[in-house]
Design a protein around this ligand. Structure first.
Ligand SMILES: NC(=O)C1=CN([C@@H]2O[C@H](COP(=O)(O)OP(=O)(O)OC[C@H]3O[C@@H](n4cnc5c(N)ncnc54)[C@H](O)[C@@H]3O)[C@@H](O)[C@H]2O)C=CC1
Ligand SMILES: O=C(O)C(=O)COP(=O)(O)O
Length: 542
């Protein structure tokens, strides 16, 4: 696995990768966009921080890319949707720098309130001035935290320690979290109207981009102090500058910018404003945090190499590890059913229903559905389909995917049924169960069957009449194809019959034609099942 590291990532983490003989690690910092585009095609994995933009262009150039590892929280520099559509996994390190980011927000706020940076500059230049650096206390102020997640929660706790009254706003958290933190949950507008200090801790998304602009700033109390150590672009910087200049905003403490490094005139003006304290995106820059995130992403890459579940993948459905362990035999069954079923299809698919009945239906069956879908689509499209892009690809192909569950068990304690609907309402049904831990197919269309799928099989339908089995046996014998087992299903006496043969070798096309002619088969298909175990084309770990 070739890994490129494009931003500074702590050695303690990279060492874990470097010592693995399967890994070739290249640290290439400060590459220009064109330079990175020229070489990314050689790599399977890219490790970045916020300094590298992983956009469509880079993902397209990264023909071999399988994983984007972001050594930090924010993934706004990664086009996750596009990575998903290409089946590229994106992982981040969501916990390792939380504390550093929270402490930095406090450091910035206190620096502004006590004029630390300005007084520091003044004293170092030889002055001894005190009156111009008179500041504000935090005690008794009303502070508003927007985004009460990992960082916001820690900032709230620290503001309380400084004896602030803390209000918070976060439409996506449980009210209990605010209770547990001892803060009052209010609306965005209540924060804007009532707070002396406002600090943002949301991700940058379409919803939060320019969330605090002209309207919101106008609503704020005179003399408000604003902190942004989350992402540039959540607060409209031009509007912030305007309200600083008008005096309505007493001061701002800013670690992050919509353009990094900032080049625009208005950003330079904002940074240069005397009541603004700035740092160049240093929230996560502590020795502790950098070791944490580097180790976290490196471990995640090793998990990927070892086919272990990924804990911090942002674009793979997250499954409980204990649940995955229980699901493993069923993943194998699902894969077998899909591999078998897809070979019987002769029409375009419009809908796939994954049905689960029996005790399995008590569990979250999403991992099974996603693996099954990936397994089917892998046979249909050129692109590699895995758990990351299976749903997106199905959607793009106009295939409706449904899941149905019933805890009621019929003849089998657990049963998986896949119903594929094609053009003109054509339906194909296949059901299977586990017998002594191994997959068995127990229903095909309307026929009850019972067989363990083997590598080489032949399936045919014909009008039931005496002598057919003998004819098939003779043809197979003439071509030295040994029949290991046979399964016969029929709808009624002398009705249509379905025969499944398990064979010791593959059936060549001319033999298939001979059997078709001899039996007047209405349907005949040689089935190839490459392995009884999951081929892992879907990216699962069964
Ligand atoms: N300056 C730096 O170096 C660092 C910056 N960060 C940034 O800090 C921010 C927060 O990080 P975490 O706390 O780890 O993320 P998190 O995901 O734990 O918390 C974000 C919170 O924002 C909330 N949220 C989302 N949309 C919202 C909206 N419209 N209004 C109010 N709340 C909303 C979410 O519900 C969530 O609770 C992120 O933008 C992250 O990238 C994180 C670490 C270091
Ligand atoms: O983790 C985050 O979201 C950060 O903003 C830290 O960014 P960085 O890794 O320091 O470029």
């Amino acid at each position: 696995m070739k890994i490129i590291v494009t931003d500074e990532v702590a050695q303690e983490g990279l060492a874990l990768l470097a010592q693995d003989p399967r890994v070739e690690l290249d640290v290439k910092l400060g590459l220009k966009k064109e330079e990175l585009l020229a070489i990314i095609g050689d790599y399977d994995v890219i490790i970045t921080r916020s300094g590298t933009t992983v956009n469509r262009e880079l993902l397209d150039a990264g023909k071999k890319l399988r994983l984007v590892a972001r050594a930090g929280v924010g993934i706004d520099n990664v086009d996750v949707d596009y990575a998903s559509s290409r089946g590229v996994i994106v992982v981040n390190a969501p916990f390792g720098n939380t504390n550093s980011a929270a402490e930095h927000a406090m450091a910035l706020l206190l620096s502004f309130c006590r004029n630390v940076t300005r007084a520091n500059g003044s004293l170092k230049s030889g002055e001894w001035k005190r009156a111009p650096f008179t500041g504000y206390e935090l005690k008794g102020k009303t502070a508003g935290v927007i985004g009460l997640g990992k960082v916001g929660g820690r900032v709230a706790t620290r503001l309380k320690a400084f004896e602030c009254d803390v209000l918070a706003c976060d439409p996506y958290i449980a009210v209990k979290r605010a209770h547990d933190l001892g803060v009052k949950l209010v609306s965005h507008d209540e924060i804007y109207k009532n707070c002396d200090i406002i600090t943002v801790h949301t991700p940058l998304t379409d919803e939060t981009r320019n969330m605090i602009g002209e309207r919101e700033l106008a609503m704020m109390k005179d003399g408000v102090i604003i902190v942004n150590a989350a992402r540039g672009g959540i607060i409209e910087e031009a509007a912030l500058l305007k309200y600083l200049e008008s005096g309505k905003v007493a001061g701002a403490a800013v670690d992050v910018f919509s353009e990094e490094p900032p080049k625009s005139e208005y950003l330079k003006k904002l940074i240069g404003h005397e009541r603004v304290v700035v740092t160049p995106h240093l929230g996560a820059n502590t020795f502790e945090a950098q070791v944490n995130v580097a180790v976290d992403v490196s471990r995640e890459i090793l998990n990927y190499l070892d086919d272990q579940p990924l804990e911090n993948a942002v674009n793979i459905p997250r499954f409980d590890l204990a649940l995955m362990d229980q699901m493993r035999p069923f993943l194998n069954l699902m894969n077998t059913l899909c591999e078998f079923g897809i070979q019987l299809l002769d029409a375009n698919i419009s809908k796939i229903v994954f049905g689960f009945s029996g005790s399995i239906a008590h569990y979250d069956c999403t991992p099974l559905t996603v693996c099954g879908l990936a397994s089917i689509l892998n046979r249909m499209v050129d692109q590699d389909v895995n758990m990351v892009n299976a749903s997106l690809i199905a959607e793009g192909m106009g295939i409706v995917v449904e899941e149905s569950k019933t805890t009621h068990a019929d003849a089998f304690s657990n049963l998986i049924t896949i119903v594929v609907e094609g053009e003109g309402g054509k339906r194909r049904t296949i059901s299977g169960t586990l017998f002594e831990g191994l997959p068995r197919i127990v229903r095909l269309r309307d026929y009850s069957m019972d067989f363990a799928p083997e590598e080489h099989m032949l399936l045919l339908h014909y009008a039931d009449r005496p002598g057919m089995i003998g004819k098939i046996g003779t043809i197979m014998g003439q071509h030295e194809i040994n029949i290991a087992s046979m399964n016969l299903g029929r709808s009624e006496k002398k009705g249509e019959a379905m025969v499944i043969l398990s064979l010791d070798s593959a059936v060549p096309p001319q033999v298939l034609e001979e059997v078709r002619a001899a039996t007047d088969a209405t349907f005949i298909k040689a089935i190839h099942m490459p392995g009884a175990r999951c081929s892992r084309s879907c990216g699962c770990t069964a």
